[in-house]
Structures are given as C-alpha cells and as structure tokens.
Design a protein around this ligand. Structure first.
Ligand code: 13P
Length: 254
C-alpha cells in the first residue's frame, strides 16, 4: 500500500568506469530506452564524467549523481570535492558510505554522517549505503549492524531531511560477486530498515523513505526484488554499464 506513495528510484553506480566519450555513449544508449520510465533514473558517474553526464542528460529524464562528497564547504582538503561544487554543476544526487569506500578508503559512520549532513544542506539527495559483511551475517548480527549504521549515519538529521534521503541496502557479500540476496532476504532487511526509521522518527517518516536494494541486481532478478513491499528501487553496479540491461531493470519497477 505505502509503496505506491514512495518514489521508485533506479540508480546506476558506474564506480571507476568509463572515460568521457564512453560515458556520453552509454547515456545516449540509455536515454531512449528509459524515456517512459515509471521511476526516477539516476546515473552515478566518476567526478571526471559529471559535466559530460549533465550535458548528455539534458532534455532526458535521467538525473546525475556523484559517488562521494566531502563534508567541508571549502578549504585545504587536497583531492576532495564539496557539495556546493556538485550543485553548481547541476548534480542532484550523491552516493554516500558505499561499502567500497568503507572497506578501501577508511570511510566510517561518523564521516558518512558528516557527508550526509553536508549533502542535504546543499540540496543534494543522498543515497546512503548500508550493509553487512558475510562474516557479520554468518554471526547472525545483520540487524545489529544495520541498525547501528542507520542510527549513526543519520545522527542529528531532521525528520524532513531523512524523508528526502534514499537508503540503499547493499549486503557487502552480494556486491560484484554474482551472489544476490534472495528477494526474501533483501525484503527482510529493507523492512527492518523501515522499522528502525519508524522507531527513530515516526511511521510517517519511515513510510516516506525510498529504500533500494543493491548487490548483483540484474535483468533476471530485478522484477522479483522490486516486487517486494519494502524494496522501492535498486542501486546497480555491473549491470548499469550496459544500456540494455540497465533499462530492463528500470522497466522492472512497473
Ligand atoms: P553490483 O551490481 O556490481 O554487484 O554492484 C552493486 C553496487 O555496489 C552498487 O552500488
């Protein structure tokens, strides 16, 4: 029931892939295939492709995301990009706390929280990623891990701002492995995320937040995952690099 009230969002996370000409070609390939989409379609491209993507998506329904943002407004932070810089380019979304950033680049819940606050105050829509490691699932602490991430990543963020945010549940063991969580496993955790939000905020807030599943989502498994009550969209890695595959996933929200 409530699912109909929420925005379905399919986002492609390109990770560290595509040069500018390749990015333009991929967007030109995706655009006609998703022009009648029932959901919001987002491409999260490398920083170097943002301007190309903004230009290539003009006149289409596709929105552009960055894959990270720094939490300070400006200053001596070599190699970093601020939220205002992204907004000035025309970027509308930003992926935060992806498990690859947590695993390889020392991202913590504290910095994810700061980045989320910075993104929201600049007017960006954060796609905040949470998810458990295989070892944590095997130790049966998935819910503790997810609750901790949600509590810390959204600490001090108002109900209105949480409602503007997207949460992506990405079990780390399912990313790039070809191992998808079953639709029931994914639904169980997405429902748990929603009940955690209801406890922290209210049922009204929890019902408003778009929750995506990510991790080896592909044209074959997307429809079943997206049919679940608490899965409102997807954050797609590998399959977002092929226009046809990505568009099939977009159509699966119908
Ligand atoms: P894959 O779809 O390649 O498993 O990646 C998922 C992901 O990390 C999206 O952010």
């Amino acid at each position: 029931m409530n699912k109909k009230l929420r925005k379905a969002v399919i986002a492609g996370n390109w990770k560290m892939n595509k040069t500018r000409p390749e990015a333009k070609a991929l967007i030109d390939g995706i655009a006609p295939l998703v022009k009648d989409a029932d959901c919001d379609v987002v491409v999260a491209v490398p920083f170097t492709n943002l301007e190309t993507a903004i230009n290539a998506t003009k006149g289409t329904s596709i929105k552009v995301a960055a894959q990270n943002v720094h939490f300070e407004k400006s200053g001596a932070f070599t190699g970093e990009i601020s939220a205002d810089m992204l907004v000035e380019l025309g970027v509308e979304y930003v992926v935060l706390g992806h498990s690859e950033r947590r695993q390889y680049f020392g991202e913590t819940d504290e910095t994810v929280n700061k980045r989320t606050i910075a993104a929201l105050s600049a007017g960006l829509i954060p796609i905040v990623c949470v998810g458990e490691l295989l070892w944590e699932r095997e130790c049966d602490i998935t819910k503790e891990v997810i609750a901790r991430q949600i509590k810390l990543d959204f600490f001090g963020i108002s109900a209105d701002d949480v409602k503007k945010s997207i949460i992506a549940y990405e079990p780390v063991w399912a990313i790039g492995t070809g191992k998808t969580a079953t639709a029931d496993q994914a639904e169980e955790v997405c429902a748990f995320i929603r009940s955690t939000l209801a406890e922290l905020y209210s049922k009204e807030v929890a019902d408003a937040v778009t929750i995506q599943y990510g991790g080896s989502m592909n044209p074959k498994n997307a429809a079943e995952l997206l049919s679940k009550e608490n899965i409102d969209g997807g954050l797609i890695g590998g399959a977002s690099l092929k226009a046809e595959d990505f568009s099939v996933i977009v159509s699966a929200t119908k």
